[in-house]
Design a protein around this ligand. Structure first.
Ligand code: CAO
Length: 557
């Protein structure tokens, strides 16, 4: 069966854009035109559709990646019915469609475009001076004929600056803002949410403010989608902010739904399910609504926990506070790792009801054994820290308590038990928290694990771990043992159901056989998802872990 590589097509003037959603999973069957991923620049959101039918064999991008033209998105195993289809309809051969190498990018920016070709100017001044009324029309929107007006961002009487977004249009592939060609006061609005418009249709009339009216910049238009070379090269990308970044202004006729930050594919999905996207809380970058958010919303509604009159649970949006009112500030953008980590932790915190089970293991003997092996470990080129023992002991406990080596199915109706034992290890790095995964721990010895922990953590610190090395964990260990503290409560790394938070061991007086004896005690916390794990099971798990760590020979059993 042939493999087809689907690549990022020509995306016009944009160099590197964010992957904000991956809409397929390995094993999914896709048809031509099914959306695969959603890209977002600061001007437009665009789905990249599949150019062929097939089964998703490999996904090469993840949410948060930045991609440019030609980047490999997915590899498809071709469906039988692809064979010969290209000849029949004259479409590009599948391997080339993603790169869309012959697709023309949109032309230069709005201003340049207007200078080069003023004829299709969508802004028609009724008089030559800047105070005259200007009819603002839908500019060239590329391949799209009639598209929906999904938001009107201004009202009659509003003052707009050049490039302010006026309306938002949506096709089945892209959401795009139409920016103001000039500054002025909105005299009259000529379209409404729900209208279908095409190039040249009147949007509104602006009364000039002294700024000479220019040709309206075209909306940010995604270039050809895979397999679809654009017919025209004269459409210019807008310089408008995205809908989400539009100035805070009451929309004239726009519904809250149209203001929601979601890709066309997600909107379509929501429409199919009858979901009002304005009620869905987005967990994606910049609060973007993902398909999984719509699914989670529907699930909550079905369970009666959200959206029901008189009840429900909705988090209010965080207030936008101007801290400079209170003193000097400096704003530093979060890097990608911190943004993604924050989103994942937040999602886990609000999704999984966390319970924390604390315990302490007597590791006096284990520590004596570890110390006796330090030289041997060094000879093997590694450092045998407690963490290798914890990783191994956790797998012994996961074997005994299989519900801890499981994940809830996406619909929340089943528990997926894993027969493999991959352990995530939280690594603190200068650029944020990274959790590389040690695979098949059950098949590895302590030295091998120690080596791997060392190697993976240093690569994590050098930003050299691959996305694949961050995936597939069954259970995570977060050790602050080398740092300090007495106890802490880590957040579960969903879709895992539990995480172990380990604090520094210390000598403690322990009452034993009628006297206090000094023992090295290791405090730890098991944070677990109470939807899956009962309190008794959690206490049994942590007790068993103390037994294994108390007598490490248990790992042989
Ligand atoms: N009790 C006492 N000492 C401990 C200990 C514990 N629980 N765990 C580690 N130590 C000791 C080690 O033995 C080592 O001692 P020496 O230098 O004297 O030999 C020292 O502390 C430093 O260990 P380490 O941190 O370099 O190595 P590690 O294998 O224990 O941990 C790693 C590796 C990558 C997990 C760690 O460096 C790290 O990044 N930890 C932070 C994880 C984190 O950020 N968690 C919070 C996330 S929120 O959930």
């Amino acid at each position: 069966m042939a493999s087809i590589e689907i690549r990022v097509p020509d995306i016009g003037d944009f160099d590197q854009v964010d992957v904000i959603d991956v809409l397929v999973a390995r094993g999914d069957r896709v048809a031509p035109e099914d959306p695969l991923i959603t890209l977002e620049s600061d001007k437009a959101t665009m789905d990249v559709p599949s150019s062929a039918a097939g089964t998703v064999a490999e996904i090469h991008v993840a949410v948060g990646d930045q991609v440019g033209e030609g980047a490999l998105i997915v590899t498809l195993e071709a469906a039988a019915d692809n064979d010969g289809a290209d000849d029949a309809d004259g479409a590009e051969p599948p391997a080339e469609t993603g790169a869309a190498s012959d697709a023309k990018p949109p032309a230069a920016s709005a201003g340049e475009d207007a200078a080069a070709d003023p004829a299709p100017s969508p802004a028609s001044p009724a008089a030559a001076d800047g105070e005259a009324s200007v009819e603002v029309r839908v500019p060239d929107i590329g391949d799209f004929d009639q598209v929906d007006v999904i938001d009107v961002l201004v009202a009659a009487g509003d003052t707009v600056a050049p490039e302010d977004p006026l309306i938002t249009l949506e096709s089945d592939k892209a959401t795009m803002d139409v920016p103001a060609p000039a500054g002025g006061i909105v005299e009259r609005i000529a379209c409404a949410v729900g209208d279908k418009v095409g190039e040249g249709d009147l949007i509104l009339v602006l009364r000039g403010s002294g700024n000479p009216p220019a040709a309206a910049p075209a909306p940010a238009r995604p270039a050809a989608t895979a397999g679809q070379a654009p017919q025209r090269a004269d459409a210019a990308p807008a310089a408008s902010p995205s809908a989400a970044a539009a100035p805070a202004r009451a929309p004239a006729g726009g519904s809250a739904a149209s203001k929601a930050h979601a890709s066309p594919a997600v909107r379509k999905f929501a429409r199919e399910l009858g979901v009002d996207v304005s009620l869905v809380r987005g967990s994606g970058p910049k609060g973007r609504i993902l398909k999984s958010d719509v699914q989670a919303y529907v699930k909550d509604v079905m369970h009666g926990t959200r959206g029901q009159p008189g009840g429900g649970f909705a988090l209010p949006a965080a207030p936008d506070i101007d801290f400079s009112k209170f003193g000097e500030i400096e704003t530093t953008p979060l890097n990608k790792i911190r943004r993604l980590t924050g989103q994942n932790l937040h999602r886990s915190w609000i999704t999984a009801p966390h319970v924390f089970q604390m315990d302490a293991a007597d590791i006096t003997e284990l520590e004596a054994f570890r110390k006796s092996k330090i030289d041997e470990a060094e000879a093997k080129g590694t450092k045998l820290t407690l963490l290798a023992f914890l990783v191994k002991a956790s797998v012994v406990a996961l074997r005994k308590f299989p519900d801890f080596n499981a994940s809830l199915s996406a619909d929340g109706e089943a528990l997926v038990h894993k027969k493999y034992f991959h352990i995530g290890v939280a690594v603190n790095t200068d650029h944020g928290l990274v959790v590389p995964v040690i695979r098949d721990v059950d098949q590895k010895g302590l030295y091998e694990l120690a080596l791997e922990i060392r190697e993976l953590s240093s690569r994590a610190r050098e930003r050299k771990v691959t996305p694949a090395e961050l995936q597939g964990a069954c259970f995570t260990i977060s050790s602050l043992g080398g740092v300090g503290g007495t106890h802490f409560t880590p957040i579960i790394n969903l879709p895992e159901v539990a995480i172990l938070g380990v604090s520094p061991a210390s000598m403690q007086p322990v009452w034993r056989d009628g006297e206090f004896v000094a023992r090295l005690m290791l405090p730890f916390t098991l944070s677990y998802d109470h939807r899956v794990i009962d309190g008794v099971a959690a206490a049994q798990f942590t007790r068993f872990l103390t037994t294994v760590l108390g007598d490490i020979r248990h790992i042989l059993l």
